[in-house]
Structures are given as structure tokens and as C-alpha cells.
Design a protein around this ligand. Structure first.
Ligand code: F6P
Length: 369
């Protein structure tokens, strides 16, 4: 029998920690079972366009702390609807290329789009293990995706910086985070940096209530207000703010701009000056935090372990702080949003954070006797 041959790719939008996973998958295979590791370039685009290269030890050495992905990524290349060829289904050609390369397994590192494609390819017979990536932390079946901690760290630091300038000028400062349809980044960064108001897609905000909190602070001596708003947040009865539509992308809607909408809405309702900052792709770039490097290494090794056992059709996951795996079909085409009864929602409100509404369920502390 020849050496075990495994392919690896990074799909979808990039995020900090991708290289740490590539390194972990490749080194686990190279060092533990002397496997051959093949990297596909630019995610599924490389599988469609037949672009791959061997990954040797030296290729994956020294990349642990590097942002981005040494393999490149694409958030448009779906083999079931290939955007560069009239949305033709080229999945069989992808399977043929996989066969020609004589691969025994494929590790796909990506978010919900990548996991949905992986699920489709598993149904066609490709043996796949997925690794959950995204700064949005919105994949079902796992408490954490790698990249999220780094994004939260960057957003929290940005809010800390806005805090001091808000204080100096007695302003209302709004920071808009990414996160798509989930408010995880805004919630965590808002809590970490003591934002006064956190607005997330899961809770429609009432602009009157947001203004009331700002006014209360104006009059109460604090004289400034910090608002963390997720890009998917929307006012009561309103829509999410779409910044652009990319028809070539399987997920064409790009959100962005709610911080400016909120600024306009608040004008005239409060005395303070208001400024909005959109953090954008800064949240996705640069070196991963130590936590994300550890998680990426653990996920990568667990994926290699699963593949070496020939247990495919799953995504590695973190549940109850333990490494485990979940069937891809349970992950595909789903989004994990913030539950309104999440402990952090209660914790934030308990320390006085507003979610821009009076309509959240109460959880009162009792006075021990
Ligand atoms: O899913 C990651 C993410 O950064 C989202 O938070 C954001 O809405 C989207 O990708 C931005 O996509 P793009 O990189 O195509 O602008």
C-alpha cells in the first residue's frame, strides 16, 4: 500500500488562524503517519481549475502566527454553480480531479458556504473532514470557530480607543463590527470593552430607546456614550443595511453602513455630537491571538486524526470545551445566531448594557437572606 494522500484547502472569506490550521493538519499527517499532503490553491477554485501543489514540512513551517492563508481562498467558487462558467455544475469534474490525484481524504477549512459545498461533495463520494473557520462564530454545532477570538480582540481594542476620545469630546461614538446575520462579535467586544449600548441582529433596536440611554448619560454626568453595533443590526420594523450586492458570490449580500444610519437617526434626538467608525476587514487581517492559534492547532490535529481513522462527512467542533465532531449535513446551510437567553445577554444587561430595547425577557437576581 502507498502512502496516505490527503488534500487540504481553505475556502470562503479569510480569517486569522487559517495558516495555523494548515500547519497543524499538514504537520500532523507528515510527522505522525508520513502521509503526502497536497494543498489546493484558492479553495474550491483550485479543485475546479486543477491547481494544487505538494505541501512539504518547510512549506508549513514558520506560518503559525501569519495572517491570511498560504493557499489562497475564494468565496465565489462553488463547484455546484461555477460562477466563471454560467453557473454550470462542475462537481463531477472536481470529483474526477480528486480521483486523478489519488487522494484518500480532503480537509476543508471554511465557514458555512465551505461546509455546505463539502456536504454536497461528500454525497458524491469525496471523503471530507471540515474545520470550522469564521470571525463571525456563526457555525452551528460548535461553540467556537477559530478567527473569532482575534476579531473580538481587535474590535474590543478599537472600542477602548474610541472610549478615550469619546470622553475627551463628550461624544456618542458608534463602532460597527462585522458578523453578518449574527451579533457574536459586537456582543463579545461590547462586553469586553464596556460599551454602553450593544446592537445586534437578533434584537431589533428602538431608536427612541437608544436616544433615551444616550440622554440619560448626557444628564447623568458620564457625558459620553459608546455604542457597539453589529453590521446586521436593524431598527424595529426596518431592514438590514446592505452596502453592496455581489452577484458572482453564492452569498451575494454584503452588509455595512448601519452605524451611519444610526448616526442620522439619533441626530436631533440628543445633544451630543455623534461619530461613526466602520471597522471592516481590519477584523479579518493580521496575526491570530494565542487562543486562536491553540484552537486552530487543536482543530487541525483533530481533523487529521478523524481523516486517518477514515471517519468522514463530519466537521470538527468544540462542544462543552471539548473537541468533537458533528455530521456535515447538520451544519450545511444553517446559521448560529445569539440566543436571547444566552448567559452573556443576561450578564451584559446585569451590568447596565442596553440592547436598545425594553423588550427583552428579564432575569432578576434575588437578594440572598
Ligand atoms: O463572514 C466573514 C465576513 O467578514 C462577514 O463578517 C462580512 O459580512 C463578510 O465576510 C464580508 O465579506 P467580503 O470579504 O466579501 O467583503
Amino acid at each position: 500500500m502507498g502512502r496516505f494522500r490527503v488534500g487540504v484547502l481553505t475556502g470562503g472569506g479569510d480569517c486569522p488562524g487559517l495558516n495555523a490550521v494548515i500547519r497543524s493538519v499538514a504537520k500532523s499527517f507528515l510527522l505522525q503517519i508520513d502521509a503526502e499532503v497536497i494543498g489546493f490553491e484558492d479553495g474550491f477554485l483550485g479543485m475546479i481549475q486543477r491547481r494544487s501543489r505538494p505541501l512539504e514540512y518547510q512549506d508549513v513551517s514558520g506560518i503559525l502566527a501569519q495572517g491570511g492563508t498560504i493557499l489562497g481562498s475564494s468565496n465565489k467558487a462553488n463547484p455546484f454553480e461555477y460562477y466563471l462558467d454560467n453557473n454550470r455544475d462542475v462537481s463531477q469534474e472536481v470529483c474526477d480531479y480528486f480521483e486523478e490525484l489519488k487522494l484518500d481524504a480532503l480537509v476543508t477549512i471554511g465557514g458555512d458556504g465551505t461546509m455546505s459545498i463539502s456536504h454536497g461533495l461528500v454525497e458524491m463520494g469525496i471523503p471530507i473532514v471540515g474545520v470550522p473557520k469564521t470571525i463571525d462564530n456563526d457555525l452551528v454545532g460548535t461553540e467556537r470557530t477559530f478567527g473569532f477570538d482575534t476579531a473580538v480582540h481587535i474590535a474590543a481594542e478599537a472600542i477602548d480607543r474610541l472610549h478615550t476620545t469619546a470622553q475627551s469630546h463628550q461624544r456618542v461614538m458608534i463602532l460597527e463590527t462585522m458578523g453578518r446575520y449574527a451579533g457574536w462579535i459586537a456582543l463579545h467586544a461590547g462586553i469586553a470593552s464596556g460599551a454602553d449600548i450593544v446592537l445586534i441582529p437578533e434584537v431589533e433596536y428602538d431608536v427612541q430607546e437608544v436616544a433615551r440611554v444616550c440622554r440619560e448619560r448626557e444628564q447623568g454626568g458620564q457625558r459620553f456614550t459608546i455604542i457597539a453595533v453589529a453590521e446586521g443590526a436593524r431598527p424595529v420594523g426596518g431592514e438590514m443595511v446592505v452596502s453592496s450586492i455581489d452577484e458572482t458570490s453564492p452569498d451575494p449580500i454584503r452588509l455595512g453602513g448601519v452605524s451611519h444610519l444610526l448616526m442620522e437617526q439619533l441626530k436631533g434626538m440628543i445633544k451630543s455630537e455623534i461619530r461613526a467608525t466602520v471597522l471592516g476587514h481590519v477584523q479579518r487581517g493580521g496575526t491570530p491571538t494565542a487562543f486562536d492559534r491553540v484552537l486552530a492547532t487543536a482543530f487541525g490535529n483533530h481533523a487529521a486524526f478523524q481523516a486517518s481513522k477514515k471517519e468522514f462527512g463530519c466537521m470538527v467542533a468544540l462542544q462543552n470545551n471539548q473537541l468533537t465532531e458533528i455530521p456535515l449535513k447538520e451544519v450545511a446551510n444553517k446559521t448560529r445566531t445569539v440566543p436571547l437567553d444566552d448567559t452573556l445577554m443576561y450578564a451584559a444587561r446585569a451590568v447596565g448594557t442596553s440592547f436598545g430595547t425594553q423588550n427583552l425577557p428579564a432575569k432578576r437576581m434575588r437578594c440572598p437572606v
